[in-house]
Ligand binder design. Sequence first.
Ligand code: F6P
Length: 547
Amino acid sequence: MIASESTNPRDCTAWSQLADLAASLRERELRDLFAAEPDRGPAWTLEAAGLRVDFSKQRLTHEVMESLFRLAAERGVLERRDAMFAGEHINVTEDRSVLHTALRLPSGSELTVDGVDVAAEVHGVLTRMANFATRVRSGQWQGATGLRIRNVINIGIGGSDLGPAMAYIALQYYSDRSMTFRFVSNVDPTDISEAIRDLEPAETLFIVASKTFGTQETLTNAKAAREWIVSALGEDAVERHFVAVSTNSERVAAFGIDTANMFGFWDWVGGRYSMDSAIGLSTMVAIGPDHFADLLAGFHAMDEHFKHADPSVNIPLRMGLTAVWNRDFLDIPTNAVLPYAQFLSRFPAYLQQLTMESNGKSVRLDGARVDYNTGAIYWGEPGTNGQHSFYQLLHQGTEIVSCDFVLFAQALEPVFDMQDMLAANALAQAAVLAFGRTAEEVRAEGVPEDVIPHKVMPGNRPSTFILAARLDPHALGALVALYEHSVFVQGAIWGIDSFDQWGVELGKAMANSILPDLQDADRPLDRDSSTDALIRAYQALHATARD
Ligand code: F6P
C-alpha cells in the first residue's frame, strides 16, 4: 500500500492551501479570471488522443492548479497510477489487480502479472471474438434451422449492459444496419418480453454477459430467453443461439451453455471497466473487428497519455484534480454530463456507474471513515434536449452543478447546417453558465425594473468543454478512458478503493430473502413495519391483478 493511502488527505499541506485558496476565490468570479488572463481559453486547453479539453471555465487559478498538483504528489497519485498499470493489487478489499488498461494493449505487447502473460491472454480472446463476430456478420454462423442471425440480444446488467448498450448506440453509424441489436437488463419482465416480441427465434442470438454469472437479473432473463428458443426450436438449438461472456466457466456450463461458446475475461477487469473486454462482444458484432480495434486504439492512446504525459499537461490528472477541487473545496455536489451528440444518449448513464460505483465510498483503504466529500453525483442528458428541461436549474438554481460538455465538429449524418446549430448551442450554454448576465446588462436592454432580478443570470458556474472531430470508435475509446482515469485520480486523492462495490451487496441479499416471503402470504413477517406492510399490500394487489 502506498503510504498516503492510510493517511487522511486533509492532513496534506496542499489540502490546507487549497482550503485557503477556495476562501479567497469566493470573491473572484469566472468573469474576473477571464479579464485577468486574456488568453485563458487556449492557456487552459489541453489536447491528447484526438480530444481537446478546455478547463478554462472551471473556477481554477494557476495557484489552485499548483496546489492541486502538490496534493497529487503528496497523495502519491502517480505512484499509484504506475502500480495500477503494472498490475499490483491496488483493489485492496478484493485483493486484485486493476488492469483494464491491459485490455487495450496493442498486439505484441508484453505484460506479465502474477506469473501470467496478460497481454497474450487478452489477444487470444480478442482473436476468438473477431472470428466469432465475423462469422455472425457474414452469415457463416447460422441458427439451428440454417437461417442467418439477424438479431443479437445482449443480456446483462450494470457493467455487463451499460457499456455495450452505450457503445452500440454511440457507434451505430458504424454498425451493420441490416442487423438488430437489443439490450436486456432489468428483471422487470417487460424488458425481455419487449425485446423478443417481434423477433424470429431462428434468427436470434443471445449473448449472456455476466462477469460472475451469478447475477439474479441476468440469469433470470437468460432463462426466459432459453425457454423462448427451446419452445420454438428445441433443446438442441441452444448451442447455436446462446453464447456467454464471463469469468466463471463452471457457472456457464451449469446454466447449459457450452463453454466452447464462452468468451472469457479476468477478475482484474471491474464490471464497470469491462466494455472493451469480451463484454464488448455485442459491440464487436455490431461494428466489426476493425472498428473495435479502433475503439481499443482510442482507449490505448489515452492510457499512454495518462501514463507518460507530464502532470502539467496530463488531461485525466487535471480532470480528476478538478473534480476533487469542485467537490471538496467549492462544495459542488453534482456533475452534469451534457453530450451534444444524440448518439451519446446513454453516455451519462454509463458514466453514472463508472463514477458513482467507483467513488461513492465513505471509508478509506485503511478502513477509516472519511471526513471529507468523495464522489459527486453524475447525471445528464444530451443537448440540446436538456436545455428544454433542466438547464433552468443549471443557470439560476440555488445548487451549483459542474458541467461537462462534449461536442463533435463533424456531423455523421449531415442535414442542412444542423451540426453548426448543435455546436452553437453547446458553446452558448457553456458561456452563459460561466459569464451570466448582470442586472446592469439586463437593464440596458430596457427590461422593466421588477422583471430584472428574474432575468439576471448569476454565471460563475463551472464547466469543462470536450471537443473532438467526430464521434468515431477511436474518439469514444479515448473519451471513456479519460473518465476512467479521472475517476482513478479522484479515488487516489481520497484514498478510497475505487474498484470494489460492497455497497450494492446487502440490497441483493435482502431481495433474495424477501422473495420467498412475497410469494407465500402465509409466511410470518418480521422486518420493519414499513417493509412488512408493503409486502402485504403488494400481495393483496398482486392477487387482485391475477383475478
Ligand atoms: O451490482 C453491481 C454489479 O456487481 C456491478 O458492479 C456489475 O457490473 C453488475 O453488478 C453485473 O455483474 P455481473 O457482470 O457479474 O453480472
